[in-house]
Design a protein around this ligand. Structure first.
Ligand code: NAI
Length: 333
């Protein structure tokens, strides 16, 4: 059966890794049709819209989006399209698994954690104002409803995936009302899941513990900003941003993207690592009930990483994106 998905080719390395991933999905026989759109800063300069209307319409019809990274100007200019997509479609659960791969040598061979990042509020609500010319306010918003649903999703995932523990990350010692409520709700909901151990850590301690003893973490749930920072930290533990996939799930809609950005420093050089985006596509296949295809792709990737001759420079190799994709496709056929 062929399923139709929406694909956004973003900026920087976005188009390169999109082409790479779609060719692997086709070679694996994923049975997908693609509605492909160019979005982001480059599209804005060419046609005056960051995301064309027909791209939104396609996502609203297909409900599944494979999205490559988009450049966001710092300080000035348009607001993050990623934040906008997450809010517009209420993609509230950002799920980011970080697992050590035996083929990628790092000082941390035993990482196997999954971050559940609340995706719609906290400091990302975008409520900012200048009080006077020297004072800016940025409002942190935490609500019971949004906290409950991400925390319940994290525990439900832990049960379904045979995980043992969920850790709540917060800064409730300082933000007693907002993070304090998040932590209180966490322990309220934990009572619905007596088979799963529940504990909590203050975010600065969690950052240190992640580097000292990452194997103690299993499923982690946290407000938006901490999730953004700790998931990049986790990608560093397992070998870099080129290896961290993610899904953004909401009611009826699902968006899959790599955690990394558009990497303008290497765009156009043909050396981008498409693995994080490919594993995001594998999360998409799992979500669509195509676990058999996803498993075959993961196995081929593991073999190519282990073999080591076609890997990209970020992983210490000298291969190009094309070499890497070619090696994966050879193992699929
Ligand atoms: P970045 O993740 O694009 O790059 C950070 C470093 O990691 C760079 O040295 C880059 O070359 C390297 N890197 C990232 N992905 C890689 C890959 N697949 N293969 C090999 N090396 C890779 O972060 P940066 O530079 O802070 O952001 C660049 C732009 O991306 C900004 O405009 C930012 O707003 C945007 N961004 C977009 C995201 C999205 O669309 N989901 C997420 C994060 C950032």
């Amino acid at each position: 059966m062929n399923d139709t998905i929406t694909v956004f080719k973003g900026d920087g390395i976005g188009p390169e890794i999109t082409d790479a991933v779609l060719s692997i999905l086709d070679a694996a026989g994923a049975g997908l049709n693609y509605e492909i759109f160019s979005v982001g800063a480059a599209e804005y300069e060419a046609h005056g819209a960051l995301i064309p209307d027909d791209a939104f319409a396609s996502f609203e019809k297909n409900k599944i989006l494979l999205k490559s990274p988009i450049t966001t100007p710092v300080g000035t200019g348009f607001r993050s399209l990623n934040v906008m997509m997450r809010k517009k479609y209420d993609l509230y659960a950002n799920i980011r698994p970080a697992k050590s791969n035996p083929a990628v040598k790092t000082p941390f061979p035993n990482v196997d954690l999954v971050i559940f990042r609340e995706n719609t509020e906290d400091l990302y609500a975008g409520v900012e104002e200048m009080i006077d010319e020297n004072t800016a306010h940025s409002i942190k918003i935490i609500t019971r409803a949004c906290s409950e649903r991400i925390i319940r999703d994290a525990f439900t995932y832990a049960v379904r995936q045979n995980r043992k523990k969920v850790t709540c990350i917060h800064k409730a010692n300082i933000m007693k009302l907002s993070d304090g409520m998040f932590r209180d709700i966490f322990y309220e909901i934990s009572k619905e899941f007596p088979q799963i151990e529940a504990d909590d850590k203050i975010v600065d301690n969690a950052a240190m513990q992640l580097v000292m003893k990452p194997e103690q973490f299993d499923v982690m749930v946290m407000p938006n900003l901490y999730g953004d920072i700790l998931s990049d930290l986790s990608s560093g533990l397992i070998g870099g941003l080129g290896l961290l996939p993610s899904s953004n799930l909401g009611c009826g809609y699902a968006m899959f993207e790599a955690v990394h950005g558009s990497a303008p420093d290497i765009a156009g050089k043909g050396i981008a690592n498409p693995t994080a985006f490919l594993w995001s596509a594998c999360m998409m296949l799992d979500h669509m009930g195509k676990q058999e295809v996803s498993l075959r792709i993961r196995k081929a990737v593991d073999e190519v990483l282990m073999e080591g001759t076609a890997i990209t420079p970020d992983l210490g190799g000298s291969g190009t994106t094309a070499d890497y994709v070619h090696a994966i496709i050879q193992r699929l056929s």
